[in-house]
Design a protein around this ligand. Structure first.
Ligand SMILES: O=C1O[C@H](COP(=O)(O)O)[C@@H](O)[C@H](O)[C@H]1O
Length: 252
């Protein structure tokens, strides 16, 4: 397994293997976690810029990553050489408070990182399904693998917008599936979603899971239970299928 450095001068995290393919980095609080995760992702991007001239990053939305995204935007990086997309998007307009693109505008892209190129998972269209071909064309042009993918997780075990009960979940979880991105409707999701598929999320050099709080830790433990199926809690499919151990960043 590869070693990597956490943020310089920060207290060392508690680090332990929770599963053959899941390494936990536990921090004392959310602010320390955000700095450490931002420093780790910035290292991945700088390395990629040196190696191949650009850094390719996918980040998640929702409520958890706000502080991390703001920290990441403050990292010293040649942002003009970075391409950013989302792991998933809610089917709302880009100025809606639930838009993950809006979250990025308010955090990651509020300073120097605005020089990065952003590939949104949104196109003006009648609905998510109608927008999909245009979004997919843009995503297919990205030079995968990603250099870093940062996932979140909901309390039902969804990650990106791979929701239990989603109408296209089986296709989205197919490790050999060809689609990079799909539209998905799920009973638990308040609006239709656009999500990167499992093989797309796993096409990355570094794969992170950012979760906070005791409840999400318990959700993760349930996902790893022998009785759980990938389709019940899709985060399980990510952990089991990732080519490199998933780096879980957690704080209480
Ligand atoms: O809807 C979503 O939920 C998950 C988890 O969000 P959180 O608010 O519980 O942190 C997120 O990872 C995903 O990107 C988002 O669209």
């Amino acid at each position: 397994m590869k070693m990597h450095l956490d943020a310089p001068r920060e207290p060392r995290p508690r680090r332990r293997d929770l599963h053959a393919n899941l390494v936990e980095h536990a921090y004392a609080d959310s602010a320390t976690l955000a700095r450490a995760l931002a420093a780790a992702v910035a290292c991945d991007l700088r390395d990629a810029i040196l190696t191949r001239g650009l850094g390719l990053l996918a980040v998640s939305g929702g409520s958890t990553p706000r502080r991390f995204l703001a920290e990441l935007g403050r990292q010293r990086l040649d942002w003009a050489r970075v391409v950013v997309t989302l792991a998933d998007e809610r089917w709302v307009t880009p100025d809606d408070p639930r838009s993950n693109a809006r979250l990025l505008r308010e955090t990651l892209f509020s300073g120097a990182a605005a020089a990065a190129r952003f590939e949104p998972l949104f196109e003006p269209a009648f609905d998510a399904t109608a927008a999909l071909p245009r979004i997919a064309r843009r995503l297919e042009a990205l030079p995968l693998p990603f250099d870093a993918v940062v996932l979140g997780m909901g309390n039902d075990g969804h990650t990106a917008s791979l929701f239990p009960g989603g109408d296209t979940l089986e296709q989205a979880l197919d490790p050999l599936g060809r689609a990079r991105v799909l539209a998905l409707h799920a009973p638990a999701a308040p609006e239709p979603r656009i999500t990167l598929t499992l093989p797309t999320l796993l096409a990355t050099t570094a794969l992170y899971l950012h979760i906070e709080g005791a409840e999400k830790r318990n959700v993760l433990a349930r996902a790893l239970d022998a009785q759980t199926r990938n389709a019940d809690m899709p985060i399980r499919a990510v952990i089991n299928c990732a080519g490199e151990p998933l780096r879980m960043y957690w704080a209480p």
